[in-house]
Design a protein around this ligand. Structure first.
Ligand code: C5P
Length: 232
């Protein structure tokens, strides 16, 4: 079974990212390219990573009018990425447009929705005129994403159990905020270990600093993969 671990490549440029990636076996993880690295290194880096055999999650959280999001999803699919995402709060028409654009692409990445940013609390939502709790809003937006035909959502591991119960076994739940029991928590407030997150229903784990800041990233990955091997 391919690894459920997605390493967050939070590096400032291509040079640093590629030097790090050389130390990883593409069979043991997937890679996440987010805003910082993408703005610094662009599509060429994404294509290089894909060319080296890595499955790449392009984490650019598209959010715009349906026509624009459909166009960018089509272009991004052409990079050969494994997964990409849009904000579910962009609405049903936007998500459906993204889905259709990907279906017409030659290579079809998985498409997932961002629900509620974990930096937002009840007060932040109330400030936007949203009366639901962050957890309720995340479930609501995940429901819209599913209805729009998306493959899953990004959510906190704390929300994974409720999402799994409501949306069944096929829906992808990609969870950040993961810390192996021995790792430093850093600035993440609510963390879960890899095996607890998978038990709670996560399908994929986004893990950054415990791997990227380790002197032995492949060894950390091997330990996490071994921990997850026997879990369904
Ligand atoms: O280093 P760490 O494991 O905390 O990295 C987590 C990654 O997941 C980062 O790229 C961060 O931007 C991303 N992320 C997150 N929390 C979210 C969504 C994304 O930590 N709610």
């Amino acid at each position: 079974m391919s690894s459920r671990v997605i390493v967050a490549l939070d590096f400032a440029g291509a040079k640093e990212a590629l030097a790090f990636v050389e130390r990883l076996d593409p069979a043991s993880c997937k890679l996440k390219v987010g805003f910082e690295l993408y703005v610094a290194a662009g599509p060429a880096l994404v294509e290089t990573l894909v060319g080296r055999g890595f499955e790449v999650f392009l984490d650019l959280k598209f959010h715009d009018i349906p026509n624009t999001v459909a166009s960018v999803c089509h272009v991004a699919a052409g990079l050969g990425v494994w997964m990409m995402n849009v904000h579910a709060s962009g609405g049903m028409a936007m998500m459906r447009a993204a889905r259709e654009a990907i279906e017409q692409a030659e290579q079809q990445p998985l498409l997932i929705g961002v629900t509620v940013l974990t930096s937002m609390d009840q007060q932040d939502l109330a400030g936007l005129g949203i009366e639901r709790s962050p957890a309720e809003q995340a479930l609501f937006l995940a429901g819209l994403a599913r209805e729009a035909g998306l493959d899953g959502v990004v959510c906190s591991a704390q929300e994974a159990a409720a999402m799994r119960t409501r949306f069944g076994t096929e829906f992808l739940l990609v969870t950040p905020g993961i810390r192996p029991a021995t790792a430093e928590v850093g600035d993440q407030k609510r963390v879960m270990t890899p095996s607890d997150a998978i038990r709670a229903g996560a399908s994929h784990l986004v893990i950054g600093r415990p791997i990227t800041r380790s002197g032995q990233p492949q060894a950390v990955l091997d330990t996490i993969n071994a921990e997850l091997r026997d879990l369904t």
